[in-house]
Design a protein around this ligand. Structure first.
Ligand SMILES: Cc1cc2nc3c(=O)[nH]c(=O)nc-3n(C[C@H](O)[C@H](O)[C@H](O)COP(=O)(O)OP(=O)(O)OC[C@H]3O[C@@H](n4cnc5c(N)ncnc54)[C@H](O)[C@@H]3O)c2cc1C
Ligand SMILES: NC(=O)c1ccc[n+]([C@@H]2O[C@H](COP(=O)([O-])OP(=O)(O)OC[C@H]3O[C@@H](n4cnc5c(N)ncnc54)[C@H](O)[C@@H]3O)[C@@H](O)[C@H]2O)c1
Length: 476
């Protein structure tokens, strides 16, 4: 019978990822009685298998793509040879370096604040960690992150030939071929990266939609540009997935239907990128008297991060509100602060919306989305620019994509934007900042625009928007 230790604390934090680390730092400002519980390795999802290794894979992929494009400038670059083992070596080495920063930070915390093991509720304020520790806490932060959704039947039939993002970043070398299922953020980023690195890719979608754009014109442009670049079947139905061969010769045979035709193709791997679910099902939330909806999510306040009127807070991917890194960090800060100050709980304002997909070209959403504006019945106008004719984008051979900007009728206030195109990751920042500062379109147009830059394309869209706004304050 293992020895059971019982500990009392002010704040217990389940999960030491980005949100959990941020919660710990915020809680420690108010109390030293903080316990963290981590079931897996320290180092965060972002650094180990998320943001950082995916960008480390995308960087050489874009370098290869740019080298292949050199002919367009009148340059001759001999055949681009991708050394898969060297590419993956750098991905892993740099990834480990980034992850180690987080590991070192956590290991600097007092040892008595760090408990290892899997936590679950056994009473509203009591956690059991594996079989070795029981924690009675005044308040609790759930910061357990999310995991890829993998259907059991596919996992069983394909075994280790079915992979998720985590597996990609452990590769010693690039495979010959990968089918990527799911055309959301992860599917797009990894499919583009592997394609430009010379891996034979097939991107399989279900609805025809790619990425997060909600503006019909931007969504259509995303689908068109993705289809121009990658072998896709964006409206497909998987009929059968079968493992063939064995050992190193194992492969995946996919039979799928697309646009009324049936196809059979073989790949080294099937990469599942069909969404992520919050890591809540193993927490035994019923023991904490927390009700969940049909997706297994508890109701919580997005400003305080408190679950109903309980002393329990939820942060990061676990709450699925906006599962990106900077939001996980903000969530953790708010949840950690409020958990330590409970029952004196306060609202933390959220930042303007910002989403970036590191595809090629980039897709980005800033401020309020087209669908949110439409559903809320906001009276707004749309300014547009097509990057095909945009000066600097043409110079750089990056003249693809569309930008739509939204402004409110009556007030002239800038509301948000959706785009696919050059410099989208940077334009989206400017636009999200303008939304957060509640600028009008006229105020934005009064700012300097250098020549010749991609931002001049943004100015074209803003001018188009300003011309459509009725009763707006006049622009320069
Ligand atoms: C491939 C990929 C690429 C991404 N790229 C980007 C990007 O470019 N930009 C961006 O903003 N976001 C990106 N994201 C999203 C971003 O990584 C996440 O939003 C962020 O990492 C979530 O942090 P978190 O703290 O909520 O979860 P995590 O960092 O996953 O932390 C949760 C921790 O809880 C632990 N845990 C779970 N259950 C228990 C339990 N019962 N007991 C104890 N411990 C437990 C887990 O082991 C884990 O360590 C990407 C994600 C992926 C998968
Ligand atoms: N650059 C970034 O910021 C970044 C990068 C990667 C991940 N992330 C975060 O991770 C989250 C999860 O990413 P994701 O790509 O796993 O999820 P997602 O929700 O973005 O995309 C999942 C896609 O899979 C499709 N799908 C679902 N079931 C399917 C099926 N049976 N067959 C075919 N398609 C199916 C969905 O329609 C959707 O298009 C994102 O929402 C994002 O917040 C962010």
């Amino acid at each position: 019978m293992p020895h059971l230790t019982t500990l009392q604390t002010d704040v217990a934090i389940i999960g030491v990822g980005t949100a959990g680390m941020s919660a710990y730092k915020a809680a420690r400002k108010h109390t030293d009685r903080v316990l963290t519980i981590e079931a897996a390795e320290y180092g965060t999802t972002c650094a180990r298998v998320g943001c950082m290794p995916s960008k480390l894979l995308i960087a050489p992929a874009l370098a290869a793509h740019r080298a292949r494009q050199a002919g367009g400038f009148g340059l001759e670059i001999a055949r681009v040879h991708v050394d898969g083992a060297a590419v993956m070596q750098r991905v892993r080495t740099e990834r480990d370096r980034f992850a180690q920063f987080s590991v070192d930070e956590v290991l600097d915390w007092p040892a008595e604040h760090r408990i290892r093991g899997h936590a679950r509720f056994i009473a509203p304020r009591t956690l059991q960690v594996d079989e070795h520790t029981r924690i009675e806490a005044r308040s609790i932060v759930i910061a357990t992150g999310s995991s890829p959704i993998v259907p059991d039947d596919l996992r069983q039939s394909l075994g280790d030939r079915l992979i998720v993002n985590d597996d990609v970043f452990a590769w010693q070398d690039l495979p010959q071929s990968v089918a990527v299922m799911g055309t959301g953020v992860i599917g797009l980023e990894l499919a583009f990266a592997l394609h430009f690195l010379g891996v034979r890719v097939r991107l399989l979608g279900r609805s025809g939609k790619v990425g997060p754009a909600t503006d019909p014109a931007i969504a259509a442009e995303c689908a068109a540009l993705v289809q121009d670049t990658l072998p896709c079947a964006l409206q497909s139905r998987l009929l059968q997935a079968r493992r063939t061969g064995s050992g190193p010769d194992a492969a995946v045979e996919l039979r799928f239907e697309s646009e009324g035709k049936e196809y059979t193709e073989n790949f080294d791997y099937l990469l599942m990128a069909t969404g992520r679910k919050p890591n809540l099902s193993q927490l035994n939330l019923q023991a904490a008297d927390i009700a969940t909806d049909d997706k297994g999510l508890p109701a919580f306040d997005p400003l305080t991060r408190q679950i109903e009127d309980t002393p329990i807070f939820i942060a990061g991917d676990a709450n699925q509100h906006h599962p990106v890194l900077h939001e996980a960090s903000d969530d953790g800060h708010a949840a950690g602060h409020n958990a330590a100050q409970y029952p004196d709980v306060r609202a933390f304002q959220r930042r303007a919306g910002l989403n970036i997909v590191f595809s090629h070209p980039r897709i980005a959403l800033a401020g309020r989305h087209h669908r949110q504006l439409t559903q809320a019945g906001v009276q707004f106008a749309t300014g547009k620019v097509d990057f095909k004719r945009q000066g600097r984008s043409r110079i750089e051979l990056q003249n693809q994509g569309l930008l739509h900007v939204y402004g409110e009728q009556g007030t002239g206030r800038f509301l948000g934007a959706e785009m696919i195109g050059p410099a989208a990751e940077h334009l989206a920042h400017l636009l999200a900042w303008a939304v957060q500062q509640e600028q009008t379109v006229a105020q934005m147009l009064a700012c300097p625009f250098y020549h010749p830059v991609v931002e001049e394309g943004l100015r074209t869209a803003l001018r188009d928007l300003q011309a459509q706004l009725k009763n707006h304050p006049s622009s320069p």
